[in-house]
Ligand binder design. Sequence first.
Ligand SMILES: [Zn+2]
Length: 412
Amino acid sequence: MFVQLRYNFRVTPDAAQRTALAQAFGCARVVFNDALRLRQQARETGEKYVSDGELSRRIITEAKATPQRVWLGEVSAVVLQQALADLNTAYRNFFNSLSGKRKGRKLAPPRYRSRKDNRQAIRFTKNARFTILDNGRLRLPKIGDLPVRWSRALPSDPSSVTIIKDAVGRYFASFVVTIGEDETLPPVEPEIGIDLGLTHFAVMSDGTKMTAPKFLRRAARKLKRLQQALSRKQKGSNRRKKAVAQVARAHARVADTRRDWQHKLSTAIIRDNQAVYVEDLCVAGLGRTRLAKSVHDAGWAGFTGMLEYKAARYGRTFARVDRFFPSTRMCSTCGRINDKMPLNVREWNCPCGSHHDRDVNAAINIKAAGQADFNDRRAQVRPGLVPAPRSEAVTRQNAARATRSVAGIAVL
Ligand SMILES: [Zn+2]
């Protein structure tokens, strides 16, 4: 089985490179928006869907010949092609979501990109001839040689690199690397179910309870205080500007710390267990309730994404268990479904005589359901490619990845 993974590193472009990057970000955005506009106009006037090939011809090749878009020729053509590829992917996901082919939350049609977006990004593929030089710098066509803070080695040649500028003005290089089966870990006995909850970050079927570490909770509290201070500042004032920058920095710090902690936790879980089952949380659904804040703070989606790709990478089993059964009030000993319990009931007794910790009982049920479910499906062909989870990249302002400076250069 092959797995695609993202590896993110901080890059530190100089002033000239930042200018060249800004130009490339701008051109990619213009191409994306022009293409989106063309498709929307075609739909409004009842023309047929503009094919990917025609889109490329009209938005890039022909546009470069016009005085309004002649500057598109100043950036790497691959960057522009990749902007169109992004749009095509967004459309495909949208259509698949409409038809039900794509599971999960319903997706909105593609939206215009703005220069004010928190995240600016461009992608270079292999044929754009990006190279990692012997001196450790990343050479990008028409940008230059960017210094990279290599914090770990790339396991093999990357197939693409995305250059990202986040809300705080940091730059990252995100490499996509395809790895083979050689990283499969030796099999182990234990299998585990995980209940993701509000009182604890995660509770395991073996009774282990994981709480977010103190330093993370402290950083989150500080962020909250800064946000409150910000809301009191007058619009347009200098103090407000300063507060905005403070909040953004604190936000990035919380996200980095959380991500780091979740990486350690997910790696340990995958290393120690042969199979991992979690409840399918429908986080999108929960997100609309008043639990939203704590749900997003907990960052479960990112965490289960880590478990999923690490399982694929190291040859473990990972499955999300559908929420078709009441995992909390079903007795894991006798299977009896008891009455609904308010959130403050942490322990309960079943008429069969079993005494349960609410969350551990749920985790045991999730494990059992996952094992049953997985055995049913074992005969089916499993998908061979796990896409690099977006949570691994710096995709949103709150998903900035931790970067550690470690001496040494990636070995390719
Ligand atoms: Zn019972």
